[in-house]
Design a protein around this ligand. Structure first.
Ligand code: F6R
Length: 623
């Protein structure tokens, strides 16, 4: 979604603005722009362009843009189509206020009407952001201070915003404010100040950062000076300075053709790291950032999340219910917030799952639930995110590093892994007598990274087997029990990066309707790994086969009984050493990986924009 960058220092601002916007490209966007104030004059350059960032780069390349202060933006269209006029930065009618904005202003039509009627202001875009630029300029006229003008404007605007405001009239300052949209000040070397809506843009430039809290206003000044005012406009004496410690290698493709492929290949190492974090040498489970008192006296567990994180939550529900024998509810965050009656209270454990920690639906759902005094745990990938600050001493970090490709891969596996640890922990608290039996499952969990590496070594085989299906218009994914979750995630990956219609069904449900859609042009992909649900799923796959659907299946090594029945077999190693009641709970850890790979190879063959699929954004910061 939209991205903001800003710079105030001794270097030419344009350099960081373009580099920062390049880093934010991964978030998904459809236009881009910059504004740079020229030194010692009230001149400025404002350039914007619809489409990819390269269009903006071509535009600025041959222009002499010089100045030590500037702002930049990548826009993901909400109000108004993706064209030059709607791209940011926006400028007020009197050319005195220039701003970039992330978020949505709910009362922008009312403000627009007022500005038109009372101040004769014209509008040249369809955006809510241009309205804010003009609102600030009206106050700027009255008070001659951008900071005061922004403070007055923020009292009037309703909705969510991260705003970065500059004025050619006062070319030494950048004013920032935010509400329910992330905005970070980066403290660079040599008195440089940076700003970004996503800390990844700052990694190369800063070691320290300050996250603006809701309704705060910051004034960045020359010489590395800055001042932050709290929601009541009082000076914040000791801003909370955090360390920026992501590994910049995450922002490098390291020889892979796409970030997505690189991130798929990182999965085994991430699970190893998570195992080391959560298990000591006696295989006792620890959670370094979680006060486990939170579990005392709970009578309900509710998981909320969106997209792939929701599917990881579904896996979490299955793990906790199966291992710990505790019932778990799960809701899409966007649905939870529509409920008339939130059936949660101070004995409810709310587990919020989010890679970015910035998903608007998830954050809104959490805020609503917190009003009912729920206890919150976050399974989160970004320690500097809003979600992390909402769940201070109750975070389970997925430690997957920055996930650049828009489609979730490594974060999904890491989220499932964290849920598995949580399920084992809850099972041990509830039934200490099961500790020895659970130890066997822990040992099998420990095996998963090496099995994933064996699967990745087969990538080329999967590629050759799947490419003949590249022309198909639709796919159906089938799985039962825990494998239905693998099917859901597999279908989502295929949809996101190839744009092929793909639907997942619990295998037993197919005969209740979806079977009508089957023919020779709709391949059915099923998960037939060993386990309790294997036999019944085979029956469903045969029902599809007799309707003429080509069939593709994931089967374990050593199972050759279906060699004549299945058209294309994608084999995975057996991922447990010892059979137990629960061994098939681990199957998504290996089942999902071939699905990630086949989606990738189909998309690559079809020439799709794999890391930035159309219409998608990495962190969805609007509801
Ligand atoms: C799927 C995908 C999305 C996200 C969803 C939640 O590949 O990337 O479905 O999983 O938007 O995002 P986070 O986890 O950042 O809250």
């Amino acid at each position: 979604m939209c991205g903001i960058v800003a710079y105030l220092g001794k270097k030419n601002a344009l350099e960081f603005l373009i580099e920062g916007l390049k880093i934010l490209e991964y978030r998904g966007y459809d236009s881009a722009g910059i504004a740079v104030l020229n030194e010692n004059s009230s001149n400025y350059n404002l350039e914007k362009s619809a489409g990819k960032l390269v269009n903006l780069i071509n535009l600025v390349e041959n222009k002499d843009i010089k100045g030590h202060l500037g702002i930049g933006h990548t826009r993901w269209a909400t109000h108004g189509v993706a064209n030059n006029a709607n791209a940011h930065p926006h400028i007020s009618n009197d050319n005195k206020i220039i701003l970039v904005h992330n978020g949505i202003i709910n009362n922008y039509l009312e403000l627009k009407r007022k500005l038109k009627e009372e101040h004769n202001i014209n509008f040249y875009s369809d955006t809510d952001s241009e309205v804010i630029a003009n609102l600030i300029s009206v106050y700027f006229k009255e008070c001659a201070s951008i900071k005061t003008a922004v403070i007055r404007a923020k009292e009037e605007i309703k909705g969510s915003y991260a705003l970065c405001v500059i004025s050619p009239e006062d070319p030494d300052k950048i004013i920032l404010t935010s509400k329910e949209a992330p905005l970070i000040i980066g403290l660079g070397e040599d008195d440089e100040l940076y700003c970004a809506s996503d800390s990844s843009a700052l990694l190369k430039y800063c070691k320290q950062m300050i996250r603006l809290k809701d309704y705060e206003v910051a004034e960045l000044k020359k010489g590395g000076k800055f001042e932050i005012l709290d929601a009541n406009n009082n000076l914040v004496k000791q801003p909370n300075i955090q360390i920026l410690d992501h590994d910049p290698l995450h922002l490098d493709k390291q020889g892979y053709k796409h970030y997505l492929l690189k991130e798929i290949y990182e999965q085994a190492a991430i699970l190893r790291k998570l195992f080391e974090t959560h298990f000591n040498k006696d295989l006792n489970i620890t959670f370094p950032n979680l006060n486990t008192k939170i579990f005392e006296g709970i009578n309900k567990i509710l998981i909320i999340a969106c997209g792939s994180a929701y599917y990881a939550g579904l896996a979490g529900k299955t793990f906790i219910e199966s291992l710990a024998n505790i019932q778990v509810d799960i809701e899409f965050a966007s649905e939870f917030i529509t409920k008339k009656n939130l059936l949660v209270d101070d004995k409810t454990l709310l587990i919020a799952v989010s890679q970015s920690g910035e998903t608007a639906d998830t954050l809104s759902a959490i805020k609503l639930a917190l009003k009912k005094n729920v206890r919150l745990i976050a399974i989160n990938n970004r320690p500097e995110s809003t979600l992390a600050s909402l769940s201070k001493d109750s975070c389970i970090f997925t430690q997957a590093g920055v996930e650049v490709s828009v489609a979730a891969t490594k974060s999904f596996l890491a989220q499932m892994f964290c849920f598995f640890c949580l399920a084992l922990y809850l099972a041990e608290i509830k039934s200490p007598e099961k500790k020895e039996a659970l130890k066997k499952i822990k040992l099998q969990l420990h095996l998963q990274p090496q099995i994933i590496e064996q699967i990745l070594a087969r990538a080329e085989v999967y590629k050759q087997k799947i490419l003949p299906f590249a022309e198909k218009k639709a796919f159906i994914f089938l799985g039962r029990g825990i494998n239905y979750i693998t099917a859901l995630e597999g279908a989502l990956k295929l949809k996101e990066i190839t744009y092929i219609q793909a639907t997942a069904y619990p295998a037993g449900e197919m005969k209740h309707g979806p079977i009508a859609t089957l023919d020779h042009d709709v391949p059915v992909i099923s998960i037939l790994t060993n386990g309790d649900v294997y036999d019944k799923t085979v029956h469903n796959v045969m029902e599809a086969k007799t309707r003429g659907a080509p069939n593709i299946a994931i089967l374990n090594d050593g199972n050759d009984e279906l060699d004549k029945e299945i058209d294309v077999i994608l084999r995975v190693p057996v991922n447990y050493e010892e059979e137990s009641e629960f061994y098939d709970l681990l199957s998504p850890f290996v089942g999902v990986v071939p699905f990630q790979l086949i989606a990738y190879y189909l998309a690559e063959y079809m020439g799709k924009d794999i890391d930035q699929p159309r219409n998608l954004a990495k962190s969805v910061t609007v509801e």
